[in-house]
Ligand binder design. Structure first.
Ligand code: SAH
Length: 251
């Protein structure tokens, strides 16, 4: 059996209880050493073998899983954040299907949640934005037609950009082309929830400069939108004049 596990955004106590338990039972752990906090390996048992996938190909990863399975062992494949986002798990699962090896997925706290926590922010403020677009700037990995950043930006809603910290000049241009005013609030969150977490508040026109001045080149998320501003409407849910399923409005 192979367990794909979301490691969470960084802090070692932000893995799920289920994920930590499976880490403790694993005979082999393959983890993304470039992004997963190595402190998470503290959960493993002593006899567990550890592989860092940073220098491995898909074929090599599958090879380790197959060998472990052949010996009757259990593999944990530890991915940063939540594996469903930019996790490259689909291709592994398809290979495991071909080999008849069973697997399941344990979700994790994505770094976009970690970034909101670092900012003490709410992405979906009433009358400000009720949607979050999670995307990336096209780089060496292209984005499909129709998902160009400028098109995504045209909605004007909350945006969270993964994998884009090295392309911030382009990001600024695309956001402007999509209609964000230069002074729209933005923030760069570096290593959210890690001990070395840093938060830089800026605007869409100062993203590149802010990253440069603070030497942020990777492991960061770019958040954009007026959820970072001061204006919003309070929620209906907790409004005393609003009746809903669980509460009568007070007179
Ligand atoms: N599955 C992961 C994302 C993997 S893609 C998740 O759910 O978070 C890797 C990118 O995620 C990095 O380039 C960076 O943009 C972002 N990232 C991962 N961990 C981060 C963290 N702790 N703080 C800020 N950005 C992070």
């Amino acid at each position: 059996m192979v367990h794909f596990i979301g490691a969470g955004p960084g802090a070692e106590d932000l893995i799920t209880v289920r994920g930590a338990k499976l880490l403790g039972e694993a005979d082999v752990i393959i983890y993304a050493g470039s992004l997963v906090n190595p402190a998470l390996l503290n959960y493993k048992k002593e006899s567990c073998a550890v592989y860092d996938s940073a220098s491995m190909t898909l074929e090599q990863v599958i090879e380790v899983m197959r060998d472990t399975e052949a010996r009757g062992g259990m593999t944990v494949r530890l991915h940063t954040g939540d594996p469903s986002l930019y996790g490259a798990i689909r291709e592994q699962m398809d290979e495991l299907d071909k080999l008849g090896i069973g697997y399941d997925v344990t979700p994790g706290v994505s770094s976009f949640s970690g970034a909101a926590a670092a900012l003490c922010a709410e992405y979906t403020l009433p009358e400000v934005s009720q949607s979050v677009i999670i995307t990336r700037m096209a780089g060496r990995t292209p984005v499909p037609e129709g998902e160009e950043l400028r098109k995504m930006a045209s909605h004007g809603c909350t945006m969270v950009l993964f994998l884009s910290t090295g392309l911030l000049e382009d990001v600024e241009q695309e956001l402007a082309a999509g209609g964000y005013a230069p002074d729209t609030p933005a923030a760069i969150v570096y290593k959210a929830t890690w001990p070395e977490q840093r938060v830089y508040r800026c605007t869409v026109s100062t993203l590149a400069k802010t990253a440069r001045e603070n030497q942020v080149t990777k492991t960061a998320l770019i958040t954009i939108g007026h959820f970072l501003g001061d204006d919003y409407e309070r929620s209906k849910l907790y409004d005393p004049t609003f009746t809903h399923e669980f509460r009568e409005a007070s007179k």
